[in-house]
Design a protein around this ligand. Structure first.
Ligand SMILES: NC(=O)c1ccc[n+]([C@@H]2O[C@H](COP(=O)([O-])OP(=O)(O)OC[C@H]3O[C@@H](n4cnc5c(N)ncnc54)[C@H](OP(=O)(O)O)[C@@H]3O)[C@@H](O)[C@H]2O)c1
Length: 229
């Protein structure tokens, strides 16, 4: 079966590598991007014809719905959703603007929630689906919630969404919802001093998106190994 995958924030960084990786595995790939012309130049880096660019801005629920309508018109059912898009607002607690706090929650929690609400029921009905949420150790209680406030709180929210939604998947259903931390990755967000390449950052997402039926559901991973929430 050829799977169809939607990756948000697919025009650069880890998201682009995830899109490339799924295309190399023979999947049909939908690249969710904010700016379609930027998306088209990124798309040109991926060989093959089964790759489409679609606009989606997670701060704008209208584009989320429209993206899924257009995606399903192009490729039919979506089997794999990678909630990769992210923003790092580096403001301190004292200086954090309300709008930036809200935007972090929209990109990391509300947007992924809306996408899951649109796609998970179909996955459960068809008995196949993989949802991969790209989170961060900075959103893990066990790692001290050390990131900047808006980032840490919203990634913790994404972890909570992952765990809560995984609980509604019945025991024997072939649907897996997991979160992961890519480590510190050399991207626009991670900066030039980061030790990991975007390809390394994408590896665990590709693994989680391709899990077999006996794979984990409701876990948090780094380097394909479970980590504590
Ligand atoms: N890099 C790291 O060290 C690191 C560590 C831990 C976790 N992560 C997570 O890994 C994921 C990918 O990060 P990255 O390092 O690849 O960052 P990046 O290079 O900055 O890419 C972020 C992507 O998210 C998109 N995006 C931002 N706001 C959006 C919105 N409102 N709607 C839709 N898309 C939006 C960006 O689109 P534009 O290009 O249009 O801005 C871009 O495609 C993020 O969730 C991040 O939190 C990264």
């Amino acid at each position: 079966m050829t799977s169809t995958v939607l990756v948000t924030g697919a025009n650069r960084g880890i998201g682009l590598e995830i899109a490339k990786g799924f295309a190399a595995r023979g999947c049909k790939v939908l690249m969710g991007v904010r700016d379609e012309s930027e998306g088209e130049s990124a798309r040109n880096e991926i060989p093959g014809n089964d790759v489409q660019v679609l606009e989606i801005d997670l701060t704008n629920p209208g584009t989320i719905k429209e993206c899924i309508v257009r995606a399903e018109a192009v490729y039919g059912d979506i089997d794999i959703l990678v909630n990769n898009a992210g923003i790092l607002i580096d403001s301190s607690f004292e200086e954090l603007a309300e709008a930036d706090f809200e935007k972090s929650l929209q990109v990391h929690v509300k947007g992924p929630f809306l996408l899951c609400q649109l796609l998970l029921p179909g996955m459960l009905e068809r008995n196949y689906g993989r949802i991969v949420n790209i989170s961060s150790g900075w959103g893990a209680f066990t790692e001290g919630m050390e990131g900047p406030l808006a980032y840490a709180v919203s990634k913790a929210g994404l972890n909570a969404l992952t765990k809560n939604l995984s609980n509604i998947v019945p025991e024997n259903r072939n649907v897996k919802i997991n979160a992961m931390c890519p480590g510190w990755v050399h991207t626009r967000m991670g900066g030039k001093d980061a030790p990991r390449s975007p390809q390394q950052g994408a590896e665990t997402a590709l693994w989680l998106g391709s899990l077999e039926q006996d794979g984990p559901n409701g876990g948090f991973f780094r380097d394909k190994k479970p980590i504590e929430w």
